[in-house]
Design a protein around this ligand. Structure first.
Ligand code: SF4
Ligand code: SF4
Length: 179
């Protein structure tokens, strides 16, 4: 008997393929959305079951996907690996990282080069770092998901991981197999 729902899950998997290679494109094209070509109106009225959208060519598709902002790619931090070399902080193009002594949240928000002013967005605060017991903090609100911190990090303390939201169906509960 089914008495409730399985909780939703978020699964993370590393996108790392090599020293400086990810299985996602970490830049983006700021171009406007391309207009999808449609079947002409006259033909659509004549053949009511015609598929209206013609689709992009492979070349148009290849350029359109570059507009993706990689919102599903998360920066994941492994504090025990961090040697506090500051390389990730130096390279971050939006200054959303810093290493600092732990403090209350309001104080930490002000310690970033670009203060984290959007209090609706949770601030990332790591566990204590092994060398000095300071913490890595990150303003998720302005992170570009560019992956430069992970590319620069010599110890792989930062990783770029793809997130997948799993909403279970009832058959997962019956079979016990989560898809
Ligand atoms: S992914 Fe880019 S923007 Fe985000 S913390 Fe790393 S370097 Fe900064
Ligand atoms: S680059 Fe890596 S090791 Fe250096 S401070 Fe950043 S996370 Fe730590």
């Amino acid at each position: 008997m089914v008495t409730g729902r399985l909780a939703n899950e978020v699964r993370l998997s590393s996108t790392k393929m090599g020293m400086f290679e990810w299985r996602y494109s970490n830049s983006f094209d700021g171009a406007e959305r391309r207009v999808m070509p449609h079947v002409e109106l006259a033909k659509r009225f004549k053949d009511l079951d015609v598929e209206v959208e013609l689709g992009f060519t492979p070349e148009q598709t290849a350029t359109e996907v570059q507009r993706c902002l990689n919102c599903d790619i998360q920066t994941v931090f492994d504090a025990p690996l961090c040697t506090e070399c500051d390389a990730c902080i130096d390279i971050c193009p939006v200054d959303c990282l810093t290493i600092t002594p732990d403090a209350d949240e309001a104080t930490l928000r002000q310690r970033l080069e670009t203060p984290a002013v959007n209090t609706e967005q949770a601030l990332f605060v790591s566990e204590a770092l092994p060398l000095t017991e300071r913490v890595m903090i990150k303003d998720e609100n302005i992170c570009l998901h560019c992956g430069l911190c992970a590319e620069r990090c010599p110890t792989a303390a930062w990783d770029m991981q793809e997130s997948e939201i799993i909403i279970h169906h009832v058959e997962d509960m019956v079979t016990g197999v989560a898809k």
